[in-house]
Design a protein around this ligand. Structure first.
Ligand SMILES: [Zn+2]
Length: 92
Protein backbone atom coordinates (compact mmCIF):
# COMPACT_ATOMS: atom_id res chain seq x y z
CA UNK A 1 0.00 0.00 0.00
CA UNK A 2 1.03 3.55 -0.63
CA UNK A 3 -0.38 6.79 0.69
CA UNK A 4 -1.38 9.29 -1.99
CA UNK A 5 -2.18 12.90 -1.30
CA UNK A 6 -4.93 14.94 -2.88
CA UNK A 7 -5.74 18.59 -2.31
CA UNK A 8 -9.25 19.95 -2.10
CA UNK A 9 -9.30 23.66 -2.89
CA UNK A 10 -11.58 24.28 0.07
CA UNK A 11 -10.65 21.62 2.66
CA UNK A 12 -6.95 21.09 2.09
CA UNK A 13 -4.92 17.91 1.81
CA UNK A 14 -6.45 14.47 2.14
CA UNK A 15 -4.62 11.18 2.11
CA UNK A 16 -5.81 7.97 0.53
CA UNK A 17 -4.14 4.56 0.86
CA UNK A 18 -4.18 2.54 -2.35
CA UNK A 19 -2.13 -0.30 -3.79
CA UNK A 20 0.93 0.98 -5.63
CA UNK A 21 0.15 2.16 -9.14
CA UNK A 22 -3.60 2.45 -8.63
CA UNK A 23 -3.81 6.11 -7.61
CA UNK A 24 -6.46 8.04 -9.50
CA UNK A 25 -5.83 11.51 -10.89
CA UNK A 26 -8.48 12.86 -8.50
CA UNK A 27 -10.36 11.62 -5.44
CA UNK A 28 -13.64 12.97 -4.09
CA UNK A 29 -13.16 15.13 -1.02
CA UNK A 30 -14.79 13.45 2.01
CA UNK A 31 -16.23 16.81 3.12
CA UNK A 32 -17.63 18.28 -0.08
CA UNK A 33 -17.32 15.43 -2.64
CA UNK A 34 -15.57 17.76 -5.07
CA UNK A 35 -12.88 15.93 -7.08
CA UNK A 36 -9.55 16.80 -5.45
CA UNK A 37 -6.56 16.61 -7.80
CA UNK A 38 -3.60 14.49 -6.84
CA UNK A 39 -0.55 16.13 -5.28
CA UNK A 40 2.72 14.48 -6.22
CA UNK A 41 4.94 13.92 -3.19
CA UNK A 42 7.82 11.72 -2.21
CA UNK A 43 6.73 8.10 -1.83
CA UNK A 44 5.78 7.07 1.70
CA UNK A 45 6.04 3.35 1.71
CA UNK A 46 6.34 0.99 4.66
CA UNK A 47 6.62 3.64 7.34
CA UNK A 48 5.07 1.38 9.88
CA UNK A 49 2.46 2.51 12.33
CA UNK A 50 0.52 5.76 12.27
CA UNK A 51 2.61 6.89 15.28
CA UNK A 52 5.83 6.43 13.32
CA UNK A 53 4.36 8.23 10.34
CA UNK A 54 3.30 11.16 12.52
CA UNK A 55 6.80 11.39 13.98
CA UNK A 56 8.36 11.38 10.51
CA UNK A 57 5.88 14.01 9.33
CA UNK A 58 6.68 16.27 12.30
CA UNK A 59 10.40 15.84 11.70
CA UNK A 60 10.08 16.69 8.02
CA UNK A 61 7.94 19.75 8.80
CA UNK A 62 10.74 21.21 10.92
CA UNK A 63 12.75 21.71 7.72
CA UNK A 64 10.41 24.34 6.30
CA UNK A 65 8.04 25.12 9.20
CA UNK A 66 10.22 25.16 12.31
CA UNK A 67 8.62 25.97 15.62
CA UNK A 68 9.63 29.50 16.59
CA UNK A 69 9.91 30.33 20.27
CA UNK A 70 10.68 33.61 22.01
CA UNK A 71 12.69 32.05 24.85
CA UNK A 72 14.54 28.89 25.66
CA UNK A 73 12.40 26.23 27.30
CA UNK A 74 12.69 26.11 31.06
CA UNK A 75 14.81 23.29 32.27
CA UNK A 76 13.41 21.18 35.08
CA UNK A 77 15.47 21.18 38.25
CA UNK A 78 17.89 18.30 38.52
CA UNK A 79 16.68 15.68 40.93
CA UNK A 80 18.47 15.84 44.27
CA UNK A 81 19.87 12.52 45.28
CA UNK A 82 21.01 12.08 48.81
CA UNK A 83 23.33 9.15 49.09
CA UNK A 84 25.62 8.99 52.17
CA UNK A 85 28.31 7.34 50.05
CA UNK A 86 28.70 10.58 48.08
CA UNK A 87 29.96 12.33 51.25
CA UNK A 88 33.03 10.08 51.21
CA UNK A 89 33.97 10.91 47.63
CA UNK A 90 37.22 12.91 47.23
CA UNK A 91 36.72 16.66 46.89
CA UNK A 92 38.88 18.98 44.82
ZN1 LIG B 1 -13.54 19.56 0.02
Amino acid sequence: MAVYQYRCAEHGVLEVARPIGTAADAEPCPDCATPAPRVFTAPRLSLGSARNRALIDRTERTADQPAVVSAAPSRPAAPRVHNPVHARLPRP
